[in-house]
Design a protein. Structure first.
Length: 441
């Protein structure tokens, strides 16, 4: 992790939440419930229209209502990403859609297009409008502009540094939201057309195919008269693209294809800097990520934020938080643009290492204190003799070996093989509803 020589401090009046909001992604209703249960103050979701994650499960209005009711029990809020850039044909139906969001109890929408902002402010003034990171807002005058347009919160572009955020907070009394964890776009705050070019899927209308994560080869076009290719090498070259021109691969057989994806953002090591600079909402990226990922990442940041506010002067980063975060990491991590402009070391060119070495194995449904057993809903295959880990909100964690497994009729099993099968097993320590069980791959 890069270290900043001088921490940016905010001076003067600022408008901010009493404690930074931990904002988590939720690709479906189950992920919403896990995010909230594991400590999120708010979650952001996508509806079935007007969002940039068309491949996520996304939410019906009925699911939104259920999610809002669940979140309210924990004092949490639900936001909806409505952040496409609209074409003319997209405008029809937006007002009705926004009214349905209001009926579902949605607290805020995240918007990039001024047309949706204007419609929302007129049609559903009860819903807050937060400016999306898609607007690439990274200076205080732009933030001031959006404040004057009536927006209470701006989600900054990922390219904003801590020093720039400090200056924004000094000049403008508005809530600032910033991504602090997750995937980083290789383009400028998502303004990419590679997906459009390669697959005819519009990145800014919800169809990004993540072209930057593909594996690429390197070819050289040359005239066959200038660069003769032997018969033995011919099989390594693609067919001629036009008369007299051949594409020759510059890679050797042992070379790896490369991508141009960036490393993932992780600011766990730098929680004090994020708080002291005045960021109001800590945003985690990942509506397409797994339940295990969402629960683990939210759980770790929740503990770190609460620990800082409990005793700011003596705050220390706990090694177990770092270890836990690494169990959910999918790619190498860095600090993005917060301290310096990323360079070639902050991109992934080699084949990516396998993702998290842990799988979500089971969900705790019930616990019998007298018998020391738990009812577990199977989410991935596990068996007798295997080491597993239990973890829950607040850092509850322990390891044990799976000893005896029974099905729900009392029959002994050698393994839990069937998806969503309810089994009973002995547990070494008390567990609780919604605790998770994971195994090493």
């Amino acid at each position: 992790m890069k270290v900043m020589n001088e921490k940016p401090k905010h001076f003067g009046k600022r408008y901010r939440l009493d404690k930074p909001e931990l904002l988590a992604p939720a690709g479906n209703l189950e992920k919403l419930k896990f995010a909230v249960h594991y400590g999120a103050d708010a979650v952001y979701i996508g509806g079935q229209k007007y969002g940039l994650r068309s491949n996520a499960d996304n939410f019906s209005f009925e699911e939104m209502r259920e999610g809002v009711e669940f979140a309210k029990k924990y004092g949490a809020k639900v936001f909806v990403a409505t952040n496409i850039y609209t074409h003319n044909e997209d405008l029809e139906g937006i007002e009705e859609y926004l009214r349905n969001l209001h009926k579902a109890g949605i607290a805020a929408i995240i918007v990039a297009d001024p047309s949706i902002i204007e419609i929302a402010q007129r049609a559903v003034p009860e819903i807050e409008v937060h400016l999306s990171t898609q607007q690439s807002t990274i200076n205080w005058q732009a933030v001031q502009f959006w404040k004057e347009e009536g927006l209470p919160r701006v989600v900054l572009g990922r390219e904003a540094s801590l020093q720039e955020i400090a200056e924004i907070k000094q000049h403008v009394d508005i809530e600032i939201e910033a991504f602090i964890h997750g995937a980083m776009c290789s383009s400028f705050s998502g303004r990419c057309v590679l997906s459009n070019h390669f697959t005819d899927r519009d990145s800014n209308r919800g169809g990004c195919c993540q072209s930057c994560r593909w594996k690429y080869d390197l070819f050289e076009e040359s005239s066959s008269e200038e660069n003769w290719v032997s018969e033995e090498e011919l099989h390594e070259a693609t067919p001629p693209t036009k008369e007299g021109v051949t594409q020759n691969s510059l890679f050797q057989p042992e070379d790896n294809a490369f991508s141009m994806g960036s490393k993932d953002l992780c600011m766990l090591d730098n929680i004090p800097d994020l708080i002291e600079v005045g960021i109001d909402s800590f945003k985690i990226e990942g509506r397409m990520k797994s339940l295990h990922y969402v629960a683990t990442v939210v759980n770790v940041y929740r503990q770190a934020i609460d620990s800082y506010f409990a005793d700011p002067e003596n705050y220390v980063l706990k090694p177990e938080w770092v270890e836990e975060m690494n169990k959910a990491a999918n790619r190498p991590l860095n600090t993005g643009f917060f301290y310096d402009t990323p360079d070639h070391e902050d991109h992934i060119y080699e084949p990516e290492a396998k993702g998290s070495p842990y799988d979500f194995a089971g969900l705790v449904l019930e616990y019998d204190a007298e018998k020391g057993t738990a009812v577990i809903q199977q989410r991935n295959h596990f068996k007798k003799g295997q080491e597993i880990e239990f973890f829950g909100p607040g850092g509850i964690f322990f390891k044990q070996i799976v000893e005896t497994i029974w099905d729900d009729k009392g029959n002994e099993l050698d393994a839990a093989r069937h998806p969503l099968q309810n089994i009973v097993m002995k547990v070494d320590q008390p567990v609780h509803y919604f605790d998770m069980m994971r195994k090493k791959n």
